[in-house]
Design a protein. Structure first.
Length: 399
């Protein structure tokens, strides 16, 4: 039942461009008449450089509904001539839209609601403009990391997030490979006393902290949580920063959001640890932090700066079940935030959704040191049924 719910919500997100264009017949006629009134022989289409993939798809559907605009020439906002124009994207996605909206001579004629966006009719001086944008275009941030990515020199920017994702995953796999090979080589060359210091982090019973209702809060664990939250917050701020963004505000929002979500995930884990009488701990991962920074610089930020360790193999099996529930909950929260952000868009909701989705997908990856490896060992069928919707949603959210 839970999986069916996930798939249902996923289908909604996949079909969002279609929903964007689904309007009543009466409203469709009103928009068609207004487009006919505003259409001029020299009108062109100007596509914003930073419009989302869903907006591009929605516009293609929109053209099919209104053949009056299907024959118009399409330009990018960076090289478009000064003519009457159909503008795709809000002021953050389309520089021409921003110029028109900020002009003192611009007058609003009419705005029509679509399911997930608007069609606005404007006049500015002697020019006529039709602006099509999503509901989130003015209140959410555009992702700039893939635009500034060094990979964008060698491939279309739409492909950059996928390439950055592949490189990030490869770096994690490479770490596992090199670490395993390195240990085998060193085991042959070094004594056992030295080798005990060259190993993956394991749970330790050393305890410094306090308890609330019998739940242990270790200082070192919460330092790890804070460090992981800070790393992801900083690189996320970089990923969404532009000249139109207040950097201090963006950093503050990301640090608060990251720490809250990381903390909530770990408090839930601690509660279940107490219920099932097991011992696990969240630890900071330096190489993961490095890969987080690299992946963000390349064009797609991963939440990789920490993972959980268990006291014993028995604890690891129980912890896999707990982590599965936490990951699915994080995914559902991300979907809820995404829908909420469509209805009442804000940077806070956008950043919260970004982190919740990223951490759920990364932790479900079936490679060490993430919880997905233990979940995969515990129940492959459940892992496949859960990971595929998560991954598809993650890809759709980043293209």
């Amino acid at each position: 039942m839970r999986i069916n719910f996930i798939i249902f919500v996923l289908v909604f997100i996949i079909l969002s461009p279609i929903v964007f264009s689904e309007i009543s017949l009466e409203q469709e006629q009103i928009i068609a008449e207004k487009i006919s009134q505003f259409s001029e022989p020299d009108m062109i289409i100007i596509m914003g450089n930073d419009v989302s993939t869903s907006e591009r798809v929605a516009f293609n559907i929109f053209k099919e509904k209104y053949p009056q605009i299907s024959h118009l020439d399409v330009y990018n906002d960076t090289d478009a001539p000064d003519k009457n124009a159909f503008l795709i994207g809000g002021k953050k996605q389309n520089s021409v839209t921003r110029t028109v909206l900020e002009s003192s001579t611009t007058n609003l004629v009419e705005r029509n609601n679509l399911s997930l966006g608007y069609v606005t009719f404007l006049t500015s001086g002697q020019k006529k403009y039709i602006v099509m944008q999503s509901r989130t275009s003015d209140d959410n941030l555009i992702k700039t990391s893939y635009i500034n990515s060094p990979l964008s020199r060698y491939m279309p920017k739409e492909v950059v997030p996928l390439a950055a994702t592949a490189i990030g995953i490869s770096l994690v796999w490479l770490w596992n490979l090199l670490f395993t090979l390195g240990r085998k080589v060193l085991r042959l060359a070094l004594s056992g006393k030295i080798m005990k210091y060259i190993k993956k982090k394991k749970f330790t019973n050393e305890y410094k902290g306090f308890k609330i209702m019998g739940i242990p809060f270790r200082y070192r664990e919460w330092i790890s949580i804070l460090l992981a939250a800070l790393v992801f917050a900083l690189i996320t701020a970089y990923s969404y920063y532009s000249g139109l963004t207040d950097l201090a505000e963006l950093l503050t929002i990301n640090i608060i959001v990251n720490f809250i979500i990381y903390s909530m995930r770990n408090i839930i884990r601690l509660i279940f640890d107490k219920i099932y009488n097991i011992k696990t701990e969240y630890v900071f991962w330096i190489w993961g932090a490095v890969v987080t920074v690299i992946s963000g610089w390349l064009g797609n930020t991963f939440s990789l700066a920490g993972y959980n360790v268990s006291e014993s193999e028995k604890d690891a099996v129980t912890d896999a079940k707990i982590q599965y529930g936490i990951n699915v909950l994080s995914f559902l929260v991300a979907l809820g935030l995404a829908i909420w952000n469509i209805i009442l868009p804000s940077i806070l909701l956008q950043m919260s959704m970004t982190l919740a989705l990223s951490i759920a997908v990364i932790q479900m990856m079936p490679i060490s040191p993430f919880s997905g490896k233990g979940i995969y060992k515990w129940n492959r069928k459940i892992w496949w049924l859960s990971f595929i919707p998560m991954l598809v949603t993650y890809v759709l959210a980043n293209i």
